[in-house]
Design a protein around this ligand. Structure first.
Ligand code: ZN
Length: 184
């Protein structure tokens, strides 16, 4: 962040009085610009044992596969966001079910939340952000071509839970900053 969205003046990183972390502070109007994690919401839509996957038409990870997911909007619930993303990316009307996973993606400053979902009718088509969409049998999931680690984690847990006949939720944390070597 370089400029204040309130007055247009330059901002500077500093720790405000009473705070403990550096924030972007406007030197002209004193506005403190907090930056907090963004929420990505998605679901694993299933139809007769197969899972609806989308191949991304946009960066990041264009051409790779994922489940329908995207940024939560204001004035909607997590479940509404998950259903909306299925509609936008796969033109699929899904029924959102139980909470499946919560993935803290620290390096991206995001929290990813996934639900189980049902696709009552096998009706779907690529939305503007998808190159193709399709129902994929568990044995045919393109694990090596999944877009994001959170997708991989979520699909693994989904299939394990289904095999075990329960619907718990799962937390995990992904932090690529920890594995990055100096200079890379
Ligand atoms: Zn300002």
């Amino acid at each position: 962040m370089k400029f204040c969205d309130q007055c247009g003046a330059a901002v500077r990183l500093s720790i405000p009085a009473g705070d403990h972390l550096p924030r972007y502070v406007c030197e002209a109007c004193s506005t403190i610009h907090y930056r907090n994690p963004r929420i990505v919401v998605g679901c694993v839509p299933e139809h007769e044992g197969r899972i609806l996957l989308c191949r991304r038409a946009i960066e990041p990870r264009r051409g790779f596969w994922t489940v329908p997911a995207g940024f939560m909007e204001n004035n909607e619930t997590l479940q509404q966001a998950a259903a909306r993303e299925s509609q936008e990316e796969a033109q699929a009307e899904v029924t959102i079910g139980s909470l499946l996973s919560v993935v803290h993606v620290l390096h991206a400053e995001q929290v990813h939340v996934f639900f189980r979902a049902r696709l009552p009718a096998a009706r779907y088509a690529p939305g503007a952000e998808s190159l193709e969409v399709g129902l994929v049998a568990p044995a045919d999931i393109p694990w090596a071509d999944l877009a994001f680690p959170s997708t991989e984690f979520t699909l693994h847990r989904y299939l394990e839970d289904k095999a075990g006949g329960s619907e718990p939720y799962h937390f995990t944390t992904i932090d690529r900053r920890l594995t990055r070597t100096p200079g890379s």
